[in-house]
Design a protein around this ligand. Sequence first.
Ligand code: ATP
Length: 235
Amino acid sequence: MLEVKDLKVAYGRVRAVKGISFSVEQGQVVTLVGTNGAGKTTTLKTISGLLQPESGEIWFDGRRIDGTPAHKILGLGLAHSPEGRKIFPRLTVEDNLKLGAFARRDRAGVAQDLERVYTLFDILRQRRTQPAGTFSGGEQQMLAIGRAMMSRPKLLMLDEPSMGLSPLMMQRIMSTITELQQEGVTILLVEQNAQAALSLADYGYVLEVGQVVLQDTGKSLLTDDKVRKAYLGED
Ligand code: ATP
């Protein structure tokens, strides 16, 4: 469904992504893990059209999308829940969610998806008329995921959904990812918490300074000695 081929991305003269290739099959949860500065966020921003690649190709759903404007990429069914959440604090929860559907004209479908988000996250329903800025970190994260779902994406990219969350909240977010997969959403998950991400991913790629250094099923990477030492804090 998504294929990234030899992608290179630079900020001025600094190359942050140095030729990475990976793919995501329909229905899978695929994760990119790696430490700070490995190039994970840059990769997601390039896929969603917020950054332009230096070279390489990005294919989504049978078409080449590198060079396509971000709003068109969203319209093709590829949504991005960014790092740091980027919700609108003064707008209500419901208005934040509706913004995720701004490009859609099918009102009935939008209403249905709003209901689906509220079913997944009851706290959003309970507080739908409150300003989103009053939410805790974990609640804002749910809102950001909910908003991305409102475009009814075929593929949902989540950047560090567990960042700054309590262990309990993190578990909740991780089980939500599994629920979304069961509903048929394909997911590309970027995480620094390798343990959590690899536990639920079908397939994973380990990034180091802009390159893929290891790739395998989530399960195999979890038990890989190098991964355990470098990313899971074991010696
Ligand atoms: P993190 O989890 O810390 O966000 P990451 O794996 O997502 O890490 P990126 O944010 O993609 O990594 O950063 C990759 C490299 O690009 C880093 O060396 C970073 O300093 C650099 N970089 C990121 N954004 C910019 C920018 N706007 N201008 C210049 N360099 C940048």
